[in-house]
Design a protein around this ligand. Structure first.
Ligand code: OVM
Length: 404
């Protein structure tokens, strides 16, 4: 017999429980070690946690579809909480035009004219924070403040109501998980937040220049339809804020707990982008996404039937010892490329160049002024069904004299 089928290992854990969200690392190790694929009894889904299988699922959109939703909810049978994203929750061919347009709007060439302003904005923000003294909350004062300062302007939304961006994104990322208390707590504000977000996607509301205007201009050219434009703007407002905020917190936390790596960045500020990617690997601000099988799929010796949800543990893959040496070390000398913190394949984060530019600006400004950075209190997690986040990162810094 060559088609021996092995029974799938089963795990009774809940990846979305408070205890696991507080510290998911033990569950990740158990899932990786259980086998190439594991069944999660609690949600009746399959799970992959090794780098090889997560990578394989991410790069096989034909058999692991996104159009049935990339959360636990199966859009074939359950009504999504909002109209599906034209990018995240679509597959080719419908995915192609929106993706092509957004890749160009957020591509390296398009970002060139933002670079100087963002570097200056970061200098200004860091200067202001340091002027207030050597102790501050790096999560709120830097990680939240910097993206909220530069990104909404770059999209071109009005100043009023920007405080809605983080709560909206937070709910969107919670909504990929099960209908637990995190989702219930966000639910009451959904009508108000969704209403505000849709309003910001209108052409009349967006600034005449910016990512939003560029998306509408693609509609004028016929690259996408005018009906698609507002939903593509919505993707920016959903996926572009919380993600970068928490990724910046991840890299700042990494440096605050790895003084030798901070010294390295100080000696070579050109490492800022590598540091950001290494932090994306090490922390995986987006921890998980689901796919849905479009046919029977074999993973290892296990048969997954058609139409089943498969939970991909990006965070577990990013620390899989089968792929990374010393995976738990935050180490600027490693090559983090191949990490799946931004996903992989067709759906790989279309905003990653924006995120890297934000990180480069903030880290460069900090490295110019801050000699040492260390924790000055116990950091506190912010729990989310999908995001790994900090609510608070109390730090103490020692600074150089202000540069001329
Ligand atoms: C979207 C989107 C894309 C990536 C992540 C995400 C809430 C949303 O297109 O709306 O998370």
């Amino acid at each position: 017999m060559t088609t021996l089928e092995t029974p799938c290992p089963v795990h009774d854990g809940d990846p979305f429980s408070r205890a696991v969200l507080e510290n998911p690392l033990p569950l990740h190790a158990e899932l990786r070690d259980a086998g190439p694929v594991v069944r999660l009894r609690r949600y009746d889904v399959y799970a992959v946690a090794r780098h090889e299988q997560v990578h394989a699922a991410l790069t096989d959109w034909q058999r692991f579809q996104s159009a049935a939703g990339v959360g636990l909810a199966n859009f074939r049978t359950e009504k999504p909480w909002r109209p599906p994203s034209l990018l995240l929750e679509a597959d080719p061919p419908r995915h192609d035009a929106p993706r092509r347009v957004l890749s160009k709007v957020l591509g390296p060439r398009a970002l060139r004219h933002l670079r100087e302003r963002w570097l200056a904005d970061a200098e200004e923000l860091v200067g202001r924070v340091l002027a207030d003294g050597p102790r501050f909350d790096a999560a709120t004062a830097l990680s939240h403040a910097f993206p909220l300062r530069v990104f909404p302007d770059a999209v071109g939304i009005p100043v009023d109501g920007r405080e809605n961006l983080l709560p909206y994104g937070d709910h969107a990322f919670n909504a990929f998980g099960p209908d637990n208390d995190l989702v219930a707590r966000g639910a009451p504000r959904v009508p108000e937040l969704s209403g505000w977000v849709s309003e910001q996607c209108r052409r009349e509301v967006l600034a005449p220049e910016g990512f939003g205007a560029e998306i509408w201009a693609a509609g004028d050219r016929g690259d996408i339809t005018h009906e698609q434009a507002p939903l593509i703007v919505r993707s920016l407002l959903t996926a572009g804020v919380d993600t970068t905020v928490h990724a910046l917190s991840a890299v700042l936390h990494a440096f605050a707990t790895h003084p030798d790596q901070w010294r390295r960045l100080r000696e070579n500020p050109g490492l800022a982008r590598v540091a950001f990617d290494e932090a994306a690997r090490w922390e995986s601000p987006v921890q998980t996404f689901f796919r849905t099988t479009t046919t029977e799929v074999r993973v290892g010796d296990v048969r997954i039937p058609e139409g089943h949800k498969v939970l991909m543990f990006l965070a577990a893959a990013n620390r899989d010892p089968r792929r990374w040496s010393d995976p738990d070390a935050f180490d600027l000398s490693r090559d983090p490329s191949g990490h799946v913190g931004f996903g992989m394949g067709l759906h790989q984060c279309v905003g990653q160049h924006v995120a890297r530019l934000e990180a480069e600006a903030l880290l460069t400004a900090l490295a110019r002024r801050v000699r040492t950075i260390e924790l000055a209190g116990t950091p506190e997690r912010h729990l989310n069904n999908t995001l790994r986040a900090w609510r608070s990162l109390p730090v103490r810094v020692r600074t150089d004299r202000a540069p001329a």
